[in-house]
Write a protein that binds this ligand. Structure first.
Ligand code: SAH
Length: 360
């Protein structure tokens, strides 16, 4: 039995069953055995491959999207390029390279990376160093230097711990908890119904992320104090699907979330409707969400792919495969949604209004 399983069992035996959110928080962030705190940060040992790791075009197009935002903000110098949960650092490194296309932008960009994992900080520092950027690190968004900013969060919101509720045959919702049975971790529903004002069919699931409003609040505090845009990219939904979206991945394979706490990546789908509502209530403008495919196409991924293929003819097929993976509806094109939050008085960002065909 792993040390974290033992630690969780002792805690539950002493204090009673815990919520899925508390379980997720322990699995991801336990200071000694948490997945993100102990993660080696070696690419070959990773449990999933994200968009910026699959293709340089992803970060490049986000860098160009950021260049448009920077212009709309009045080209402030300096400004903060803030990435939440940068993983390998590939996205910000590719974006930083692409900023060169906008005169003055690279020199004005101060890169701040919000990262909990010391091993990943090292990797990110190397990735950014290789393109000539010197990132500053913070554990929380509130610690990033103030001022105008462009924030990016790719597959960050899916780490937010969620509480889960299931609708019973009696029409009442009960919270899913993690308890202990025969010296092992077990899921079970709370005996008492939860006070949820929600209609559901028996067996339906409802999920909430208790940390969402604080995280959106921290972004809003920044963007209300100084001009800025925040781009949030993640897998998620806009209308409730009443499904259980908790997912544990280990070495690219789904595993039982209770099987190896701290050794698998635990995520849940992002509720973009809740995110947008929370941002609007905090005083921000909300754009989207829009599917990743439509967004990248609006930003010109086809043009970028053609240019790359012309520069590297031997990589033509690989580049086409990357475009397919990033944009196709059967791959990441629809499952991944993109939402932009911005300070109230800024013009809308690029990529969110479908380009209308010209008149004939
Ligand atoms: N954005 C990256 C990786 C996403 S994985 C990519 O697209 O490739 C999630 C990242 O967020 C990891 O770098 C992880 O260490 C970091 N992370 C997770 N929870 C965090 C938290 N609460 N605070 C800061 N960083 C966190």
């Amino acid at each position: 039995m792993s040390a974290l399983t033992q630690r969780l069992i002792e805690r539950i035996v002493q204090d009673g069953p815990i919520s899925v959110a508390d379980f997720m928080a322990a699995c991801l962030y336990d200071p000694d055995f948490g997945y993100y705190t102990t993660r080696p940060g070696v690419a070959s040992a990773r449990d999933f491959l994200t968009a910026p790791e699959s293709s340089q075009m992803f970060g490049e197009l986000i860098g160009l999207w950021g260049a448009d935002c920077w212009g709309k903000m009045g080209a402030p110098a300096p400004f903060q390029w803030v990435e939440l949960g940068p993983g390998s650092g590939a996205l910000s490194a590719d974006a930083f390279r692409a900023m060169k296309a906008m005169p003055g932008m690279q020199g004005a960009a101060q890169v701040s990376l919000i990262e909990v994992s010391p091993a990943l900080r090292k990797l990110q520092s190397e990735a950014l160093g290789a393109v000539g950027a010197r990132p500053a690190f913070c554990a929380r968004i509130e610690e990033a230097p103030p001022g105008p900013s462009i924030l990016i969060a790719n597959e960050f919101f899916d780490c937010l711990p969620i509480r889960q509720f299931q609708c019973g045959a009696d029409g009442h919702w009960r919270e899913l908890l993690v308890g202990v049975e025969n010296d092992a971790l077990r899921f079970g529903l709370a005996r008492e119904p939860a006070p949820l004002d929600l209609q559901g069919a028996p067996g339906a699931w409802h999920e909430t992320a208790p940390g969402l409003s604080d995280l959106v609040g921290a972004i809003a505090t920044r963007l209300n104090a100084a001009p800025g845009f925040a781009l949030i990219v993640d897998y998620g939904f806009t209308t409730p699907r009443f499904r259980n979206t908790l997912q544990a991945l280990k070495a690219h394979r789904p595993v039982d979330p209770l099987a190896a706490p701290g050794e698998a990546d635990l995520t849940a789908h992002v509720d973009f409707d809740a995110l947008g509502r929370s941002a609007h209530a905090a005083g921000l403008s909300v754009h989207g969400p829009i599917g990743q495919g439509a967004f990248l196409e609006a930003l010109g991924i086809a043009v970028r792919a053609a240019r790359l293929a012309a520069l590297h003819p031997a990589r033509k097929d690989g580049i086409a495969a990357q475009v397919h993976r990033l944009t196709h509806a059967d791959e990441m094109g629809v499952l991944f949604q993109i939402l932009c939050l911005s300070s109230r008085d800024l013009p809308p960002p690029a990529g969110f209004t479908p380009t209308l065909p010209g008149t004939l």
